[in-house]
Design a binder for this molecule. Structure first.
Ligand code: GUN
Length: 294
């Protein structure tokens, strides 16, 4: 069994990006610049955004944090999005979700210029992905396919069973794994809360992507010998033996499942660290105008 070490791999990719930025600087080119909009005081969002800004600094990108009060109106936030769309120095930006309840997330996402949508959440980028065109891939799926590629995991002809059908993980993973190409050519089953005999489905999988948000949902008896297991879950559970009284676990019962796998991602340290790296890779693509030209 091989552990897919997202911490180590994301650091290696960051080092590659840092070399690329240094080269751009030496040649007097434009330094990639990411902006992040953070609305309100959501503690998890603050941690995520801080992490993204810190990672930008590590690779030599410019970053701008745009902080807005919880009480900002939708019109004011739309104006902030328009300002970033029109700022020539900003290559890409994200609006950290969730937004306060009085703001319509869909309207905000639609207002982002697809050329700067390094989260890959705009329907133009999602549509381009579905059609196999160049696009900004959403961070988690991009991180997962990068991991499969860099570890040289064969996907062609394999049966991939995805647990969960969210817009940002399950559905795009199904599209990516079933398309033609290097990480692709799988036969894909997307399972969800209405799936009949979900354990039976998962038992048939050569590749399992667990993205359902339920701690330890995938148990040892659900996993075929030699399967590749990608655990997207980040669940905080009570643990009286831990210093904080809680700990992070995935959607997979790691202790029971790991011995049966050919490859498995740990939680933490698997898919999580790869997602920030995806955002940096998308920002680099934006800076080089790789996808939309111009
Ligand atoms: N909230 C949780 N994950 C994400 C993400 O990848 N992007 C944004 N914008 N918000 C999030």
């Amino acid at each position: 069994m091989t552990i897919l070490d997202g911490k180590d791999l994301s650091q290696r990719i960051k080092n590659e990006l840092a070399l690329e930025v240094a080269e751009v600087k030496r040649n007097g080119g434009k330094i990639p610049h990411l902006a992040a909009v953070l609305v309100g005081e959501n503690p998890a969002s603050q941690v995520y955004v801080r992490n993204k800004v810190k990672s930008c600094e590590e690779v030599g990108f410019k970053s701008t944090l745009v902080k807005k009060e919880e009480g900002i109106t939708e019109a004011e936030l739309l104006q902030a999005v328009h300002d970033l769309n029109n700022d020539p120095d900003i290559d890409g930006f994200i609006v950290q979700l969730p937004l306060p309840r009085h703001i319509n997330e869909e309207r905000i996402t639609l207002a982002i210029d697809p050329k700067k949508d390094v989260d890959g959440f705009h329907p133009v980028n999602f549509g381009r992905m579905a059609l196999g065109m160049a696009c900004y891939l959403p961070a988690t799926p991009f991180g997962i396919v990068t991991m499969l590629e860099r570890y040289g995991i064969e996907t062609s002809g394999k049966h991939a069973v995805i647990i969960g059908r969210s817009n940002i993980v399950g559905t795009p993973m199904g599209i990516l794994l079933s398309r033609k190409g290097k990480v692709g050519d799988c036969t894909v089953t997307i399972t969800h809360s209405r799936t009949r005999d979900l354990p039976g489905m998962v038992r048939q999988a050569d590749i399992i992507v667990a993205a359902i948000g339920i701690p330890h949902f995938v148990t040892g008896d659900m996993v075929k010998e030699g399967a590749v297991v990608i655990d997207v879950g980040i669940n905080r559970i009570d643990d009286p033996t831990a210093k904080k009284g809680t700990r992070l676990v995935g959607d997979v019962d790691y202790a029971a499942v790991a011995p049966k796998c050919s490859f498995i991602t740990p939680v933490p340290g698997g898919v999580g660290p790869m997602t920030v790296m995806s955002l940096l890779m998308n920002t680099m693509k934006a800076s080089k105008k790789e996808i939309y030209g111009g």
